[in-house]
Design a protein around this ligand. Structure first.
Ligand SMILES: [Ca+2]
Length: 122
C-alpha cells in the first residue's frame, strides 16, 4: 500500500487540526460521528489485553463476533479469523493496529455500497 502515514503529506497539518477540533466540539456531523465510532469500537476491543492500541488475535475475534456477527456467520470457514488476521496484518507483528483495521472496514463498506447501488437499480 506504500506510504501509509498521513504525517508526511501536506494535508497532515489540516488533518491534525480537524482531529483536534472534532474532539472538543459538541455537535458533530454524521460522518464525523461515524469516524468517532470507528475509533471507539476499535479501542473498546484493543484495550482488553497486551498492547492496548492493537488487536490481538483474540481481540480481533471478539470484535468480529460482537460487531460483525453476520459477516462471520456468512463464512462457514472455521479459520476465517486467522485468515482475516493474516490479510490485515500488513506489518507482520501478529496484531492488527487501527490503520490495518480500517482497511477491513473500508473493504466491507465498499462491498456493501456496491450491493446498495445494485439494489437501487432494480
Ligand atoms: Ca500488525
Amino acid at each position: 500500500m506504500g506510504e501509509r502515514r498521513v504525517k508526511g503529506l501536506s494535508i497532515g497539518v489540516i488533518i491534525a487540526r480537524t482531529c483536534e477540533f472534532i474532539q472538543i466540539k459538541t455537535m458533530v456531523s454524521q460522518l464525523e460521528e461515524a469516524m468517532e465510532n470507528l475509533i471507539r469500537v476499535f479501542h473498546n476491543y484493543s484495550s482488553k489485553e497486551g498492547d492496548k492500541y492493537k488487536l490481538s488475535n483474540a481481540e480481533l475475534k471478539n470484535l468480529l463476533n460482537g460487531e460483525l456477527a453476520d459477516f462471520l456467520a456468512a463464512s462457514k470457514d472455521p479459520m476465517v479469523v486467522d485468515k482475516i488476521m493474516n490479510d490485515l496484518d500488513e506489518n507482520r507483528d501478529g496484531q492488527v493496529d487501527f490503520q490495518e483495521f480500517v482497511v477491513l472496514v473500508a473493504a466491507l463498506t465498499v462491498a456493501c455500497n456496491e450491493f446498495f447501488e445494485e439494489s437501487m437499480k432494480k
